[in-house]
Design a protein around this ligand. Structure first.
Ligand code: ANZ
Ligand code: ZN
Length: 854
């Protein structure tokens, strides 16, 4: 018996695959009648090193790609790099290395690691989003969108660090302070670029429901993000003197017109035009606005902040009861970017309104009565009631359900000419301006006389300058001595380049179409949509939404022939790789390899000090529980690493990395190899039709059918389990020796092919050992003889008076009478019917025998 040596085998096969360009996708013409399959995993950010999460993600995509290839598909399985972004600039600041140099070095290092995994990737289509050829075409796309009105500019808030004099990303604001300077962050208005994603809000929402091969959870997250709500936009007329320009009243937006009778006050955003106007004459309000401006721009920051209010002294009339007036406040929780930037507040049924009302001592009047409660006694304290119920305390709406009351209130307001029912979306246009260097330059020029001029197509790409410095905070493009100074393409006078770059989410919003083809629109149309997309659920909202927008926008400017506008027909979101965590007595994280168990307690191996085990968590550097794929590959081989991350857990769940598990996988690889190694090196013979041969053949054919189904259904762990059982059967068959050689050879040849998606290098070695021509990576999926997969026997439960007492296995064709007789003769059954009379026996063929006794 020989040992399988993964190190030599893996290197050998990778070189051979490479030489044969085995995984390059065929052109549509070469493919002939073969159907296409586009398999894509979310491309990686070149952080510098591969982690186990990558291994799992790409191993899953590779299973699908290799399987589809074996099934006769023309497969596209490309790889590239999502290469722009902040970490490169941080490295530049910290280590004085150019972001480009840092990025391309990381790409080289990670690519070398990727190569070792034996993934069936078409590297001929590789690119990095920071390649000028890529971002140049992105600039061309931007200009097409601009022409079509899908891009525009407007003033918008940014986080401003007053010490570093720079714009901060939301992640760079920590507890309201700049991450580097520690200064209190201010909100500043800047004119920025936006993609008009809201144009497609309705379509994005409608179509997401139809994506049947997407996880339900992700579809819901998309729908919630788009957030369609039906509401009412209406005016509250002023009871006090109307401010200039507000003679008709104040426009508000609500999704709960049913609660109008519970209105307690009206609130304006600190950035509402009326607030700004009032602040011109009030130092106090001016100061209040400044205070509000210190809260971050993110919805989350606003959600978390304390409620702040300012009473303007103005009052408005209640639309249904003129005798009621409501005070007008300015409230920090009202956003200017949503609805009209003004609301009416009903504290009894909205928590933000409630917090505000309790703080400023404003009235709380419940108008929705929960089911099975009494209107006399029901009350709310500090918790708003947001559940279902019946309307009360509400004049003409009394007794109606919430939905009916909404409709009733809208109709009434419409008939009074005070407003109209509307459809609103939570989705905002996508702000894409970033005041950063390492991103795609926005290809426009600002001219004092001509305005904003697109860079002529022939001048693309607008390349990033190489000679930049990161010694000061702020945007290096802005302070570069010459880069931004250009002549206006129209009038020739001195003008300025746009120094904003695009959000890196833009880069990843169309890369799939670039892989399909750089320029050839027909080839793009051939490959699109992606048939199977695989990636982390952390991208379930923004990346997928932006990609869906881009596919539509590209379609509408004539660059993508994809009628549905849906770039990903199938989506799978994989779980994470987790590992144990440990802490020292001093509370510092320890690597799992630094501790050992001593009786009931854990100790640090080096010092003997007590260590505490923590929860099993996602591998992360900060918790010191990562496992380096390189080390695992060096010790066990890539196949074993792949096998481990695919076994044990369903792909959508987390899988826990354990040393014992990976060692078990390595042992299994050897055991599997021995199935092939123990076959005599004889010529292939036909399987016999004796009972033993037939039994083994059935195991093999059923296993192929089961693995096939498991891969189709993304249950790789169950395919792994089937291979385990199959190998056991083949090992057992070794004792029968040459008598069933044909069946053993057939099983081995089928096994090698089914193993290929999981452990491709080992599979090639097995295939070679069988003396087969060519690569198993290029072989067809085994054909299942369906006469060998139908079970001719069936297991049935036997019940006595409805209680399960026994089980019988019978030929499927056995008559009811024979089944009944057999059931009655089981000794577990006889003991229950002894001394009683059998009233009736019911046989449900193939399932159950029920014996009724009295
Ligand atoms: C009165 C009311 C009563 C509301 C009640 C809610 C509950 P969704 O459903 O998420 O779309 N709102 C409107 N514009 C706002 C803004 N610019 N900033 C902050 N809040 C705003 O949210 C719509 C509800 O959020 C609206 O319905 C409004 O409060 C508030 F029992 O009006 B509601
Ligand atoms: Zn000009």
């Amino acid at each position: 018996a020989t040992r399988y040596d993964p190190q030599t085998a893996e290197e050998k096969w990778r070189a051979a695959w490479d030489k044969a360009a085995l995984f390059e996708a065929k052109s549509p013409a070469e493919a002939g009648d073969a159907p296409k399959a586009y398999v894509l995993e979310m491309f990686p950010y070149p952080s510098g090193r591969l982690h186990m999460g990558h291994v799992r993600n790409y191993a899953m995509g590779d299973v699908v790609a290799r399987y589809k290839r074996a099934k006769g598909y023309n497969v596209l399985h490309p790889m590239g790099w999502d290469a722009f972004g902040m970490p490169a600039e941080n490295a530049a600041m910290e280590r004085n290395v150019h972001p480009g140099e840092w990025t391309y070095q990381n790409i080289a290092a990670m690519k070398a690691q990727f190569m070792k995994l034996g993934l069936s990737l078409d590297w001929s289509r590789e690119f990095a989003t920071c390649d000028p050829e890529y971002y140049g075409d992105q600039q061309a796309l931007f200009l097409k969108f601009l022409e079509k009105g899908l891009v525009y500019r407007k003033a918008s808030k940014v986080n401003w660090d007053p010490v570093d004099n720079t714009v901060l990303a939301n992640e760079q604001v920590i507890d309201g302070r700049g991450w580097r300077s520690g200064a209190l962050v201010e909100q500043r208005e800047l004119t920025q670029w936006f993609f008009r994603i809201t144009n497609y809000a309705e379509d994005l929402l409608e179509e997401v429901q139809k994506l049947e091969r997407w996880p339900e959870k992700v579809r819901t997250m998309q729908a919630n993000w788009i957030g369609r709500s039906e509401g009412l936009q209406m005016r509250f007329e002023f009871a006090s003197d109307a401010p200039t320009g507000y003679a008709d009243g104040l426009e508000i937006f609500t999704t709960r017109p049913d609660t109008l009778f519970g209105a307690s006050f009206v609130a304006l955003s600190p950035d509402h035009p009326l607030t700004i106007k009032l602040a011109e004459h009030s130092e106090e309000l001016k100061a209040f606005r400044a205070k509000c401006a210190q809260i971050g721009t993110s919805e989350e920051a606003i959600e978390k902040a304390d409620k702040l209010g300012f009473n303007t002294g103005l009052t408005v009339k209640h639309p249904f009861d003129e005798s009621i007036t409501l005070p007008v406040w300015v409230a920090n929780f009202v956003l200017m970017g949503y609805g009209t930037g003004a609301i009416f507040a009903c504290p009894a049924h909205d928590q933000r309104d409630m917090d505000f009302a309790r703080k400023y001592d404003l009235p709380v009047k419940p108008v929705v009565l929960p089911p099975n409660t009494d209107g006399q006694t029901f009350n709310v304290d500090t918790e708003a009631y947001t559940g279902p119920g019946t309307i009360f305390n509400s004049g003409f709406l009394n007794g109606l359900s919430i939905e009916d009351a909404k409709r009733g209130a809208i109709e009434k307001i419409e008939s009074m000419g005070l407003g109209e029912g509307t459809v609103n979306y939570r989705l905002r246009d996508w702000g894409v301006s970033r005041q950063r260097y390492w991103g795609c330059p926005i290809p426009v020029i600002h001219c004092d006389s001509c305005g904003i001029m697109p860079v002529p197509e022939t001048d693309l790409p607008v390349r990033l300058p190489e000679d930049v410095s990161f010694d000061k905070p702020g945007n290096p493009l802005e302070r570069h001595p010459s880069w931004k100074h250009v002549d206006c393409p129209t009038c020739g006078s001195a003008a300025r380049r746009e120094t904003d770059t695009l959000d890196t989410f833009v880069d990843s919003s169309w890369y799939y179409s670039r892989f399909a083809s750089v320029r050839d629109l027909e080839e793009r149309a051939y490959w699109m949509p992606v048939d199977q997309y695989v990636g982390g659920v952390e991208h379930a909202v923004l990346h997928l939404l932006y990609s869906r927008f881009f596919a539509r926008a590209m379609r509408d400017v004539g660059l993508l022939d994809l009628p549905s506008g849906e770039p990903f027909a199938g989506l799978f979101t994989q779980g994470m790789v987790t590992h144990e965590t440990y802490k020292s007595a001093a509370g510092k994280w320890l690597q799992p390899s630094e501790v050992q168990k001593d009786g009931d307690i854990w100790i640090e191996t080096a010092t003997g000090a007590i260590a505490t085990p923590g929860p099993i968590e996602k591998m992360s550097k900060s918790k010191k529980n990562t496992v380096d794929p390189d080390a695992i590959i060096a010790q066990f081989g890539a196949d074993v690493a792949r096998w481990f991350v695919l076994s044990d857990s369903p792909p959508e769940r987390d899988v826990e990395w354990t040393q014992a598990g990976v060692e078990g996988a390595a042992r299994f690889a050897q055991r599997l190899w021995s199935v092939f190694d123990n076959l005599p090196e004889d010529a292939t013979v036909q399987p016999g039709d004796d009972a033993d041969s037939l039994d083994l053949r059935k195991v093999s054919h059923k296993a192929v059918a089961a693995i096939d189904k498991a891969i189709e259904e993304f249950r790789f762990n169950s395919a792994v389990a089937t291979i385990h059982e199959w190998v056991s059967a083949l090992k057992k068959a070794e004792s029968a020796g040459d008598a069933i050689l044909g069946a053993r050879q057939e099983g081995a040849s089928m096994l090698a092919r089914c193993l290929t998606p999981f452990m491709p290098h080992l599979a090639e070695t097995c295939w070679e050992r069988l003396g087969k021509e060519g690569f198993v990576s290029a072989a067809d999926w085994p054909i299942v003889d369906s006469s060998l997969t139908v079970d001719d026997s069936v297991t049935m439960a036997v019940q006595v008076n409805g209680k399960r007492r026994a089980e019988i296995t019978v030929p499927k064709a056995m008559s009811k009478d024979d089944v009944e007789a057999l059931a009655l003769s089981q000794k577990e059954v006889t003991s229950f019917i002894e001394g009683k009379s059998v009233k009736k026996t019911i046989v449900v063929p193939g399932r159950i025998v029920n014996i009724v006794v009295a």
